[in-house]
Design a protein around this ligand. Structure first.
Ligand code: SF4
Ligand code: FES
Length: 250
């Protein structure tokens, strides 16, 4: 395949960025999107030009490091991660626009790589439990009803990629925050700090400069892990309940 790529190039956080055009030949439809960028970078390096900076790690859809806006849609619109998107989804001769996540709380570090430390600070504000760690407990020692166990597991699959923020017109991180809150709210181990957790994580979310949720739903549409809008409803229910309920342990 032959492609025309239009890529956001930005030398650093304070530098002005712009779209730069590249022609790329020899792309196989079996390549992943990141392997296609690797090929471009090999060509740029051979020509003594600066390669394009982009984030990646596992390349298996599990770490959440990769993520770019492809033709205006976070992760390209296939409800998968950028690393799991394959070039067979594009036509020979296609023009592809590639940009970083656009959100004030995710400043650009360089080219397509953005700083997502704001997510780490939201987790640090409450995304943990106080149970003792150690060897795995016997599986049936703390029974969890199947419906709650399934919801906890489904929400725990959030990989923190940030596509929900990039897709949201308000740059809200509510889907991400809601996934963490719902995961722990469904489990007995999450109860001791349940109401402190939601207050503290939502306060940190706002402090980081993410916008509020207005139920548009773009976040859930691009989420590679299928985190549903219902999780934001759970966050809202817990946030309202936190005004009236105190945790058992302070
Ligand atoms: S909720 Fe979905 S889109 Fe948002 S960070 Fe988690 S996995 Fe990524
Ligand atoms: S590189 Fe890990 S999810 Fe894409």
């Amino acid at each position: 395949m032959k492609l025309k790529l239009r890529i956001w190039r930005q030398a650093g956080p304070e530098a002005a960025g712009r779209m730069v055009e590249y022609d790329l030949d020899g792309v196989s439809e079996d390549m992943s999107f990141l392997e296609m960028l690797d090929l471009l970078n090999e060509n740029l390096t051979e020509r003594n030009e600066e390669p394009v900076a982009f984030d990646h790690d596992c390349r298996e859809g599990i770490c959440g490091m990769c993520g770019v806006v492809i033709n205006g849609i976070a992760h390209g619109g296939s409800a998968t991660t950028t690393c799991q998107l394959h070039m067979r989804s594009f036509s020979d001769g296609a023009t592809i626009d590639i940009e970083p996540w656009r959100a004030g709380a995710f400043p650009v570090i360089k080219d397509l790589a953005v700083d997502r430390n704001a997510f780490d600070r939201i987790i640090a504000a409450g995304g943990f439990i106080s149970s003792n760690t150690g060897s795995a407990p016997e599986a049936h020692s703390t029974p969890v009803p199947k419906r709650e166990a399934d919801r906890a597991f489904d929400n725990a699959t959030c990989i923190g990629c940030g596509a929900c923020v990039a897709a949201c017109p308000n740059s809200s991180a509510m889907l991400f925050t809601a996934a963490k809150i719902t995961h722990l709210a469904m489990l007995p181990q999450g109860q001791p700090e349940r109401y402190r957790r939601v207050k503290s994580m939502v306060a940190q979310h706002d402090e980081e400069g993410f916008g509020n949720c207005t139920n548009i739903g773009e976040c859930a549409a691009v989420c590679p892990k299928g985190i549903p809008l219902e999780s934001i409803a759970q966050l809202n229910r817990d946030l309202i309940a936190s005004l009236f309920k105190a945790d058992g342990k302070q």
